[in-house]
Write a protein that binds this ligand. Structure first.
Ligand code: SAM
Length: 298
């Protein structure tokens, strides 16, 4: 089959349908077949794999995925692209096109109905950048039975995901992704391989979903609340952030004593704590709060 992703073919398709890009939908189409081949190779797709693709565009990546995978389910929000995709991908019998918003669909249901029988399910996509983080977080938080997520995203977001404690990029997104997956930036991609060119550089990141979290957390909801509160103001100490955003004023001295008792210096900043320390902090803080019903008594 002729490659959709060459610059000439892409332009031909866009012209034929009089398609105009919608910036608001993050429409930057890839026009470099070798990059698409590399993405598919890194995702390690074969016939035993069921793939979910978010935002197929005109089908550049979808085509390459369908050539290797058992089945590809592609979700596209833009109604104007549906007839185009029906034509560009018409020779593939293993693609299910879904017109919809990935953030509104139940991916659990979709997997159940469309990818029944596949032991291995992977997400592969060139994501719409305006909703990169919500898409990644909903894929992780829904605890879907997926193996890995291999996606093209903004370089800056990829670096935040892969950041190490102590760096300026390290934050709530790093910790949230780290809790669910092992993240690795595979390679960087320049702006020039897209039409139209985006404003930012991109990176391919792979998230391998963990079977078990790297730390034991008693209450996940509270764990993430503690992290969010700790990072609310990066210039403030962990003590002040927790006081202002979680515990409430008037408890400062008690919280200081508590933090010292669990070997966390109250003057540290949120970005210096690793995931183990956040697990310890949230587990022990929750316990104290539950025991005494109020931090006043810690
Ligand atoms: N896969 C194509 C490629 O690599 O050339 C297109 C990628 S483009 C960066 C992102 C695609 O996601 C667009 O086709 C856009 O219409 C679609 N999209 C945007 N928001 C979406 C959403 N909420 N749900 C599903 N698709 C969406």
């Amino acid at each position: 089959m002729e490659e959709i992703s060459t610059p000439t073919k892409t332009m031909e398709i866009l012209k034929k349908y009089g398609f105009h890009f919608k910036k608001s939908l993050g429409q930057n189409f890839l026009i470099e077949p070798t990059i698409l081949d590399k993405i598919v190779r890194i995702a390690a797709i074969d016939e035993s794999v069921g793939v979910i693709e978010i935002g197929p565009g005109i089908g550049a990546l979808t085509q390459k995925l369908a050539e290797k995978a058992g089945k590809v389910v592609a979700i596209e929000i833009d109604q104007r692209l549906i007839p185009i995709l029906q034509e560009t991908l018409s020779t593939y019998g293993n693609i299910k096109l879904i017109h919809g918003d990935v953030l509104k669909l139940s991916l659990k249901e979709l997997i159940l109905h469309q990818l029944k029988g596949f032991q291995t399910i992977k997400v592969v996509a060139n994501l719409p950048y305006y909703i990169t983080t919500p898409i990644i977080m909903s894929l992780l938080e829904e605890k879907l039975h997926i193996d890995s997520i291999t996606v093209m995203i903004q370089k800056e977001v990829a670096e935040r995901i892969q950041a190490k404690p102590g760096s300026k990029d390290y934050g709530t997104l790093t910790l949230a992704v780290h809790y669910y997956a092992e993240a690795k930036i595979i390679f960087y991609v320049p702006k020039t391989v897209f039409v139209p060119n985006p404003n930012v550089d991109s990176a391919i990141i792979q998230l391998k979903i963990r079977k078990h979290p790297p730390v034991q957390v008693e209450d996940e909801e509270f764990f993430f609340r503690v992290i969010k509160a700790s990072f609310a103001n990066r210039r403030k100490t962990i003590l002040n952030n927790l006081i202002h955003n979680l515990i409430g004023k008037g408890q400062k001295e008690q919280l200081k004593i508590f933090l010292r008792s669990i070997d966390i210096d109250p003057n540290r900043r949120a970005e210096t704590l690793d995931i183990k320390e956040y697990a310890k902090l949230s587990n022990l803080l929750a316990k104290k709060l539950n025991e005494k019903n109020h931090i006043d008594n810690i």
